[in-house]
Design a protein around this ligand. Structure first.
Ligand SMILES: C[S@@+](CC[C@H](N)C(=O)[O-])C[C@H]1O[C@@H](n2cnc3c(N)ncnc32)[C@H](O)[C@@H]1O
Length: 220
């Protein structure tokens, strides 16, 4: 889930968008259609999509995992940045939202790069692990139900190679993680994962105020 990058004053955010986001008519159309949905705020921000596209190019990613598709903005952004033989295993449970994603993957010419698994993501990730896929992915993006974040992280970390990247969304959770008065299940789950990641020696770590907080964990 994401909004504009964290804590930026509106004029500065507008400047950032106007001077860095390389928009396309397709990405704009997907944002406009998603904006009409009640859960529109779950979509990642344009600068985050572009940043993730840069990340996959930076690490030379070919095989990716996405946990939490919604209407497809992050997967479309990443798929368009992958080489022709690149691929995303995309996990979600919602048919209605992912039908929009499928439509935009088709329009963007990347449908052939994405396999959607409509099932709880832990099941899909466990099947990949059982199928001998550990260490065979380059990049994973976690952006689904928060109480399962730790479960997703452990599975994704096993599935990526050494030098592969796990990116975790919403790690600042609109600032709630820093507010001791907020103790709902989602906030607690993110707080606990943040505390765990801080000392997880299996990865090099960076928590960035991009979108709603984006943590990068690079597998050693
Ligand atoms: C924040 S949205 C993802 C936003 C998306 N990355 C984007 O760029 O627009 C979270 C998604 O996680 C999905 N989700 C929730 N619980 C899930 C589960 N147990 N397994 C897989 N996906 C789940 C929801 O259906 C929803 O589409």
């Amino acid at each position: 889930m994401s909004t504009k990058s964290f804590g930026l004053p509106d004029p500065v955010y507008r400047y950032l968008l106007a001077n860095s986001v390389r928009d396309t008519p397709l990405l704009r159309e997907l944002r406009e259609i998603t904006a009409t949905l009640p859960m529109a705020r779950m979509q990642i921000s344009p600068e985050q999509g572009q940043f993730m596209a840069l990340l996959v190019k930076l690490i030379g990613a070919r095989r990716c995992i996405e946990v939490g598709v919604f209407t497809g903005y992050s997967s479309l952004s990443v798929a368009q940045a992958l080489p022709a033989d690149g691929h995303i295993v995309a996990c979600d449970v919602n048919e209605e939202w992912t039908a929009i994603a499928r439509r935009f993957w088709e329009k963007g010419g990347v449908a052939g790069k994405i396999t959607l698994h409509l099932a709880p993501a832990t099941d899909t990730l466990d099947k990949l692990l059982a199928g001998g896929e550990a260490g065979k992915f380059d990049f994973a993006f976690i952006d689904a139900d928060k109480p399962n974040y730790r479960a997703y992280y452990e599975r994704c970390l096993s599935l990526v190679r050494a030098g592969g990247l796990v990116a975790i969304d919403n790690t600042l959770w609109s600032g709630s993680v820093a507010d001791p008065e907020v103790n709902d299940a989602d906030t607690r789950a993110i707080r606990e994962l943040n505390a765990f990641l801080h000392h997880d020696e299996r990865v090099a770590l960076s928590m960035l105020p991009v979108g709603d907080g984006l943590t990068l964990a690079l597998k050693r």
